[in-house]
Ligand binder design. Structure first.
Ligand code: HEC
Length: 111
């Protein structure tokens, strides 16, 4: 029933995309249920993820970030996401950005 889907604001949108589902199950615990940030930085339009190219976002996600002495570190997802899942989760982040941020980030990627 289409009316049911339309009356539920959560039925569609970024968090219901393939990458959004991966995000909710694997990343939201640290980056926030709305990607607003937590122990990890935000991925929404208020964050700065759009200052990184796709390759940089993928690299950080696969390799992780270890900072000795910090309360939380970014785990390495190398063995836990397929290449397809990795690009899906990056595409999900882009759905949270403004059109200007998407254009700005797109310009960082090799054409
Ligand atoms: C255990 C907590 C935790 C989980 C789970 C986690 N992260 Fe992180 N993430 C962090 C922390 C903490 C940082 C900041 C590291 C730093 O810069 O010191 C970070 C940073 C990042 C960055 C760099 C962001 C930027 O703007 O520089 C990316 C990209 C990222 N995470 C992606 C992901 C993705 C994708 C997932 C899910 C597959 C994920 N993270 C799951 C804790 C986590």
């Amino acid at each position: 029933m289409l009316t049911a889907a339309c009356s539920n604001p959560n039925a569609a949108g970024p968090f219901n995309s393939p990458g959004g589902k991966i995000y909710l199950s694997q990343c939201a615990g640290c980056h926030g249920a709305q990607a607003q940030g937590g122990v990890g930085p935000p991925f929404d339009a208020a964050g700065h993820a759009h200052h990184h190219s796709d390759a940089e976002l993928a690299q950080t996600t696969t390799e992780g970030i270890a900072r000795p002495g910090q309360p939380a570190t970014m785990p390495a997802w190398r063995d836990r996401l397929t290449p397809q899942q990795l690009s899906q989760v990056i595409e999900f982040m882009k759905l949270l950005w403004t059109p200007e941020q998407r254009a700005q980030q797109q310009a960082l990627n090799p054409q």
